[in-house]
Design a protein around this ligand. Sequence first.
Ligand SMILES: Cc1cc2nc3c(=O)[nH]c(=O)nc-3n(C[C@H](O)[C@H](O)[C@H](O)COP(=O)(O)O)c2cc1C
Length: 328
Amino acid sequence: MISLKTNYLGLTLNSPLIVGSSGLTNSLENIIDFEKQGAGAVVLKSLFEEQILNEVHHTMGQSEYTNQYPEALDYISNYSRDNNIDAYLRLISDCKKSVSIPIIASINCASATEWMTYATKIQEAGADALELNIYIMPSDPDRTSIKNEKVYFDVLEGVLKHVKIPVAVKLSPYFAGLAETTRKLSWAGAKGLVLFNRFYSPDIDINTFRLSATHIFSTPDDIYHPLRWVALLSGNLHCDIAASTGVHDAEGMIKMLLAGAKSVEVVSTVYKNGHGRIAEMLAGLEAWMAMHGFGKPSDFIGKMSHKKTDNPVAYERVQFMKHYAGIE
Ligand SMILES: Cc1cc2nc3c(=O)[nH]c(=O)nc-3n(C[C@H](O)[C@H](O)[C@H](O)COP(=O)(O)O)c2cc1C
């Protein structure tokens, strides 16, 4: 008898497949269907610190009235912010009434400031865990990497003072010392690390001389970078890893689990192939487990990690040598 049950962040998931933070998880209707398809959990669309502040500034900028009555500024600013947050908190509590899979809330943040109180509200609304989507664009040449990295720890430690639910940190791969930073984050109390977020990237239109966005969705080829890092880090952290980026099918999910991820977060493949992709991927996982005699995910999670594989050097090799690439 095969069971897909697994543990992530101390939570029991019915399967290792999590629907990642995106517009997909911004509606109760979708989340109910994701549970039916077999998803082990969902990460809600991030509550964006930036988005909230933009909305506040936008509302304020449009009003003559607020220029004349500065106290109205404070009122509108609080109203816009709370309204946004109210809808988010309502979604969490509605989900908790309608589904039994864990609901992981998400906050996009770049500073350890007032938004930390939102974390408390999220816990009170019933979220089972919180994913912190942190990214600091290291574009200021006068700011050291130490200063940038400190923000990640300040945010994590600040949030941990406010909540008891498990907290995961979703990271970018852009750290000078990724292995050291991730290990320190796990020591600092992160119960999970999500490797990695995929960001908006600008592109240049060479005819209109305008900037545009590159592809929003990942492709299956995007899996290799996170796969390497999941494998390299999984044996060295004091917390779980969820793999994100490029997991599009059962094969991709199995690779990430073999590398050491406790769960995978999928987004692009669900956008591209519909909700049914979740059930399809889980059926593929179950068939593969049956073929290889595995009864549960913990039988093979990490089997091909850097620590356990008989060829760990392959994860560290970066240069295409003729011998390995097979191309002259
Ligand atoms: C339309 C869209 C919206 C997203 N919104 C968020 C978000 O609010 N918060 C977040 O942490 N990640 C967000 N992401 C990133 C995804 O959660 C995920 O990390 C990324 O798409 C890579 O996974 P994938 O290859 O399965 O798509 C978004 C991605 C897409 C495509």
